[in-house]
Design a protein around this ligand. Sequence first.
Ligand code: C5P
Length: 407
Amino acid sequence: MADHAILAGKRVLLVIAGGIAAYKSLELIRRLRERGVTVRAVLTEAGARFVTPLSVQALTEDTVYRDLWSLTDESEMGHIRLSREADLLVVAPATANLLARMAGGMADDLAATVLLATDKPVLVAPAMNVRMWQHAATQANMALLESRGVLRVGPNDGVMACNEYGPGRMAEPMEIVDAIAGFFAAESHRPLAGRRAIVTSGPTHEPIDPVRYIANRSSGKQGHAIAAALATLGAEVTLVSGPTRLPDPAGCKVVHIETAREMLAACETALPADIAVCAAAVADWRVDGASDRKLKKDGGGPPALALTENPDILATLSRPGEHRPALVVGFAAETGDVLTYATAKRARKGCDWIVANDVSPGTGTFGGSDNTVHLIRADGVESWPTMPKDAVATRLAEAVAGYFEGK
Ligand code: C5P
């Protein structure tokens, strides 16, 4: 549980949309105010059918903002100011409808307008029927919002007001308070502020001809998670990504490339940087003299493809020189004798750290969501327990922050 002391003096703009869970938002206001949070509320038209403006007003001890067109609301506080005079916007309950309007960039009522006009972080607490939550449209809207940096708490599994069972219940008020405290704690923990980082991720595609290419099975999950984790700790991150199915992580500048040579060029353009993490599965070879026309079956048998070596991005960035990042981290995917090979790789590439993982068949590392890694530094090896790739990323970002502490 996050430390609630951090909440004192914070300003939350609470958007209450129309769902049966809106009654829990009254409790949420009380719990936040008890902890010294100033709560100002926006109530949608549908929201006002579930809780009365008077209750919200009494609990916030402030005007309840309801109407985009109200002269009173506008003269007291324009919607732009309303959306910016807060440290965090919290949408609870966040209905399927409001999430869809947010994802679509609509501004058709005060709540949606405020959420579109804000330059502040947004936390949503979805609440809806289980089928509505599981619907592909809602899932796509939620994923899009999260890729843009919207934070989420819940929904929880349980019996719903409509007697169905499943995910869709709004998080409990204290869980939302915890999520808000967690947000402010993370926001104040930015040890990498002022540091620049380059992260490579995903596979590369090396063309054979305009329609065919050589690729590999890298999903990019680990690299993308590392970029996001470094950004969370305050670093200014350029993520150079090969083709993946992943959304661009929030808070990073993303450069999309296809080939190893494009990846190297993008990394060099992103220099100078303090940190480089090479998590991409760069193709070792490309086709020498790829055809600029589609190769045809002309009866003369298959073409002979001559391969030539790709530049080694990790080794290039590790080379001593004016622009060498202070900390260069490489990855070693091995299928046995992981530590021996990875230690040798660290020396060969000239990087500072190697994150080594076992990708033997059966470990599920490629494309999976868990990873078991060893962090190899000059002074020894740290073996981490198996954990989700997001957690590996967070721990690595913390280790990077530790390296720069006091420098
Ligand atoms: O040599 P190997 O591919 O096993 O090394 C893996 C490490 O080197 C990873 O960090 C990977 O991102 C990096 N690498 C690179 N450019 C290459 C090949 C590998 O940056 N051409």
